[in-house]
Structure formats: structure tokens, C-alpha cells
Design a protein around this ligand. Structure first.
Ligand code: ARG
Length: 500
């Protein structure tokens, strides 16, 4: 990045240099787009989504999404000649993903409800389920009516969430079941409400928890398919009926209950350092979990670097347009467009922009998430970069322009040769700061289920039920990168100062 041609170091930016940088940038972006869109399978692909923190139905095992739901869907795919692709996302985003065509089917222990039926179609049900209460064993005086006055944790958007809200009180909503359990274990809540089988898995893993025998609800799980795909629904139902008749369905469920009960988290009585060592191994070494951080780091850097470049490119355009308008009165229309862009982008949160680009603008295309993230963060950063560069331009003495013009340079050349290089030199610290902010801001990429560094830590956390080490590790990695960036910028500034 430091070597990028997009802003000057020694020599003032020449027009050819800028053009070369633009071409280079566009080429790199296109190359990324092509590799991202490349498909290898000849069989038609069936894209399934789930929230893989729900053993035995779906979980991440050895870095892959496994569970009863994937097993059933894989069998359905095999019988119908599909290639299966599985994606992990927050439960709250799953129905929308199917509705908007981002996914073909959602299989995530989804309970059939009337409300959901208005958005998507359900296949025939394949499991009977219920909501159950988990408490800490030490809570010996548990009463149902206590749920009205005490906090209860649930997974956001689930039927447990709806049930508690309707019958007791507003629940405490967490993104996934491990966090629901962690809240209970760490006494943040009085009880947790979770689907029966996942609750059984948790109770078996955590001897300090107790699963109450009375079911709160009676539910059925089914797969969700878009209302626009009646053909697919038909195929699923036919195949499900076959699998029911030939015993495959029962077998997958019975095997899955044993296979996917999850690894028991170690409950050791040990000293601080001993425990830290054990936790370190659990979080980073076992199952090669450090890979989530490594891969996530790669994605974070990729997204950051390309977003910075996109932002610089947009920022330049907007800043030059706006200051040209301010200085010469030309370009009224482009100036108005730029103003609208700045107002909208700086007036709304980046997460919302990211979600809009992903679910609305790219709603019905299947675009690689990295591209989506780069687009969103690039457009966002462009607005801030534009204002920084513009401030730099406007801070220069107007006499500079007149000087350039009186030397016989055109307005454009004056801008390129005289104004921009000085402006950039002046705003370099502010630009550097923008890059650092951007790096950290990409940590919301997990909202579109992109597995960046932050998400990598989250995945580890949800597998090991350990908050401390994964979160601290992620924080340290960001910190180191930011410190590295800052040092680099300081060096560049010093060099510019010397070359004055
Ligand atoms: N059965 C509940 C529902 O449909 C919870 C499902 C949660 N599934 C998951 N994979 N986390 O609302």
C-alpha cells in the first residue's frame, strides 16, 4: 500500500502516473472479480444455509460444516444430482437469504411457523422438536413464574425467542446458542431457552447445567425453500418421502445424534497458568483452530487493502470535482451528485451500508462476499477520503493556482502538478488515520458471514465456549497491524518532510 502510485512520495503525481495507477487498480479489481466468480462444478449447485452452532443438527467439525441437516440435504442432493455448497450465517439472516435467492434451501433446525410460512415455503417436516429450559444446577428454587422477573437468554429470532417474549418477558437475545449457554454459565441470566436436542447436548457437556424435563412448546422442523422454487420444493418432498420409507432418514438422525454430540469441553480444576495452557491448546492448537485466525487475517487484509484503493480512487474523484466546483464554479451537476454521495455515506452506519449492498443491491446475484465487502467499505471510505483530500486542497493558498496558471499551466496541470501533491502531503496524517479506522471497521464483515479476522475469533469462541483467549488474540492481531501501519506512515511522513 505504501508503495501505491495513488499518492505521491517524492515526485509530484503526473497525469500518466495517475492514469497508470487507475488502470492497474481496475485490472486488479477485475482479476479478483473473475477468480471469485469462477465455478468448477459441472453438476448444478444447491446452496444451503444454516447457523452452524446447533449440534447435533449443524456444527463446525474439523473446519467443516457437519450435522444431521447437512447429512440429510447431502443425501437429497445425491439422489437428485446436485452438488452441495453450505454456508454458515446468523440464524436471523437465514430466512431472508432464502427469500432473496441468496440460498436455495435453509436447513437449520427451523421450526415451521405461520409467520415464516408467509415468507418462504416449508418442506414436509422431518423432526419433532420442542423448546426447553436450561438452568444452573445451583438454582434449586426454580419456578416457571420466575421467568417473568428474571433475565432469560435465547438465540435471536428463534421460536424460543418468540415464546419467552410472548409468555414471560423480553428475552436477552444472543447471536448463537454457545453465547446463550455462556450467558447462563456466567450468571448473566437466570435461565436459557433452547431447542430440546441442542439443549441435551449442552447439558451433557456442562455438568453445572440442568435441563428441565418439561417441554415449553411442541414444534416441527422443516427445510425452507423460496416461494419461487415450487419445483425444488416438490423434489425435496418426494425425496424426503422416499428417505422416510427406506429408513435413510431415521438412520441419519440416529447416527447424527451420536456423531455430532460435540467434544466435551474440559472442566479442569487447575491453577491459572495451567488453565491458560490448556485453554491455549483448546482454542488454537486442537482442530488447528489457529487457521481461523490465519485465514481470517488474510481476508481482513485483502478487504482492507482493496477498500483503501477503492476509497482513494473515489476520494480523489470526488475531492477534485468538488474543489474544482468551489474554485471555478464549473461542474455544478457532478458536484451535486458528490454532495449526495457524501451525505448518504457519512450519514449512515457502515454496517447498514454493507447489509444494503449485500441483501438489496446484490440481493439477487450471487456475488462473492469479498467483492461485496470491498465495494461497501471502499464506497464508505471514499466519502471520508474525499473530504480529507478536499480539505487539503482548500487549505492551500489560492495564490498557488494563480501562480500555476500564470506560468502557463492549464487548470488541470496546475491541479495535478502543484495543488494535489502539496495537498496530499498536508493531509497524509489524516489519510493514514482513515486507513487505520478502515482496517478496524472491516471487523463488521461478519454481518454478511464473511469469515474475516473477527469472525474467525467468533468461530473459535463458538466452538470452544471460551471468550477470553479468542477475543484477546483477535484484539492483539489488530493492534499489531495498526502499530505496523502507523510506523510505516510515520516513516513516510518523515521522508516527505525531508524531501520538501
Ligand atoms: N427451532 C428454532 C427455530 O426455528 C431454533 C432453530 C435454531 N437453529 C440454529 N441452527 N441455530 O426458531
Amino acid at each position: 500500500m505504501a508503495e501505491s502510485n495513488s499518492f505521491p512520495q517524492k515526485k509530484p503525481t503526473s497525469r500518466a502516473g495517475l492514469r497508470r495507477a487507475t488502470i492497474l487498480f481496475c485490472a486488479a479489481f477485475l482479476a479478483l472479480l473473475f477468480t471469485a466468480c469462477e465455478k468448477t462444478a459441472e453438476k448444478p449447485v444447491l446452496r444451503m444455509v444454516c447457523n452452524a452452532n446447533f449440534p447435533p443438527y449443524e456444527l463446525v467439525m474439523d473446519g467443516k460444516i457437519a450435522g444431521i441437516d447437512p447429512d440429510i440435504i447431502r443425501e437429497i442432493c445425491d439422489r437428485n444430482g446436485y452438488e452441495l455448497e453450505i454456508e454458515n450465517m446468523p440464524f436471523g439472516a437465514i430466512i431472508a437469504a432464502v427469500q432473496t435467492g441468496k440460498a436455495d434451501v435453509a436447513a437449520s433446525g427451523i421450526t415451521v411457523t405461520e409467520e415464516r410460512k408467509t415468507k418462504i415455503n416449508f418442506t414436509d417436516p422431518y423432526v419433532n422438536a420442542s423448546q426447553r429450559i436450561l438452568i444452573r444446577r445451583e438454582t434449586t428454587d426454580f419456578k416457571l413464574e420466575n421467568l417473568k422477573h428474571n433475565p432469560v437468554s435465547v438465540q435471536e429470532g428463534t421460536t424460543g425467542d418468540m415464546f419467552v417474549k410472548e409468555h414471560y418477558r423480553e428475552p436477552e437475545r444472543y447471536k448463537n446458542v454457545p453465547e446463550v449457554i455462556q450467558a447462563l454459565k456466567t450468571k448473566k441470566v437466570y435461565a436459557a431457552v433452547v431447542d430440546q436436542e441442542p439443549a441435551e447436548v449442552e447439558a451433557a457437556k456442562n455438568p453445572d447445567l440442568l435441563l428441565l424435563p418439561e417441554p415449553l412448546t411442541s414444534e416441527e422442523y422443516a427445510f425452507a425453500i423460496s416461494k419461487e422454487r415450487p419445483d425444488l420444493l416438490q423434489k425435496f418432498n418426494v425425496t424426503l418421502r422416499q428417505m422416510q420409507a427406506d429408513g435413510t432418514l431415521a438412520k441419519i438422525k440416529a447416527d447424527g445424534k451420536i456423531k455430532y454430540a460435540g467434544d466435551k469441553s474440559a472442566t479442569v480444576e487447575a491453577g491459572f497458568w495451567e488453565k491458560l495452557k490448556i485453554d491455549f491448546r483448546l482454542n488454537f492448537i486442537d482442530g488447528k483452530r489457529y487457521r481461523y485466525l490465519l485465514d481470517g487475517f488474510g481476508i481482513t487484509m485483502l478487504v482492507t487493502v482493496f477498500s483503501i484503493l477503492t476509497g482513494l480512487f473515489l476520494g480523489f474523484l470526488v475531492a477534485v470535482t468538488r474543489s474544482t466546483h468551489d474554485l471555478t464554479g464549473k461542474y455544478s451537476f457532478p458536484d451535486a451528485v458528490c454532495k449526495i454521495y457524501l451525505t448518504i455515506i457519512r450519514g449512515t452506519p457502515v454496517v447498514i451500508q454493507l447489509l444494503i449492498i449485500y441483501f438489496v443491491i446484490f440481493g439477487s446475484f450471487n456475488v462473492n462476499k469479498i467483492i461485496v465487502a470491498i465495494t461497501a467499505f471502499g464506497i464508505n471510505s471514499g466519502a471520508y477520503t474525499a473530504e480529507i483530500i478536499r480539505a487539503g486542497i482548500m487549505s492551500l493558498d489560492r495564490g498557488q493556482i494563480e501562480a500555476g496558471r500564470s506560468l502557463g499551466l492549464s487548470y488541470r496541470l496546475t491541479m495535478m502538478r502543484i495543488i494535489l501533491p502539496q495537498a496530499l502531503k498536508n493531509v497524509l496524517p489524516a489519510l493514514g488515520n482513515e486507513f487505520i479506522v478502515l482496517l478496524k471497521e472491516t471487523s463488521v464483515a461478519g454481518f454478511i458471514a464473511l469469515e474475516d479476522l473477527t469472525k474467525g475469533g467468533d468461530i473459535i469462541r463458538s466452538q470452544t465456549y471460551n471468550a477470553f483467549l479468542p477475543l484477546v488474540a483477535v484484539a492483539v492481531i489488530y493492534l499489531v497491524v495498526v502499530m505496523f501501519f502507523s510506523a510505516l506512515l510515520r516513516k513516510m511522513e518523515a521522508k516527505l518532510q525531508k524531501n520538501r
